[in-house]
Write a protein that binds this ligand. Sequence first.
Ligand code: PRP
Length: 189
Amino acid sequence: MQQTLPPGIERVLITAEELADANRRMAAAIAGDYAGQSIVLVGVLKGAVFVTADLARALAEAPGAPTDVQLDFIAVSSYGNAHRSSGEVRLVQDTTHAIEGKHVVIVEDIIDNGHTLHYLRAMLGNRQPASLRAAVLLDKPYHRAVDVTVDYTGLTCPDEFVVGYGLDYQERYRTLPYLAKLRPDVLPA
Ligand code: PRP
């Protein structure tokens, strides 16, 4: 049966099932690295709200899962236009707990030019965590401006303006369960 898409959406690029599979693969890799240890997942708001929740639950079911998975969140914003951020990243809301001495995994929905993750790795790395890694569901490698390590990657994202599963356009479309391409005529010229 043909799926009815919301106004402004051109087509589904990555289905909810494919996103769930990617989360399970990342969870298996994380579980392999932290078996028997406690970790803190630091989700980057707002975009990573769904991947953080789904990854955490996939981790609970992964064989050899970490003994304890705690959740924290951080919010940052980057200045830019509708298509691309400028590289200036600003802390909007810090984690609620200190990460010193903890095994920390930053959880991002997407990496594009890389400035956001670069900023977060530097800032959180300065706080003496026991270890610091990054899990990114969607890698958009086409416009990388800074070199930044991603330890766990879910899927490669097409070079399109994508929305859904946490990703927005002007705060819309975040709650779509799949990743979709926005219709080009919705974007400013
Ligand atoms: C998005 C995404 C990442 C960042 C990646 O956040 O959630 O945090 O952009 O882009 P970059 O690699 O080019 O820096 P955004 O700034 O759109 O905020 P949001 O998560 O609140 O939507």
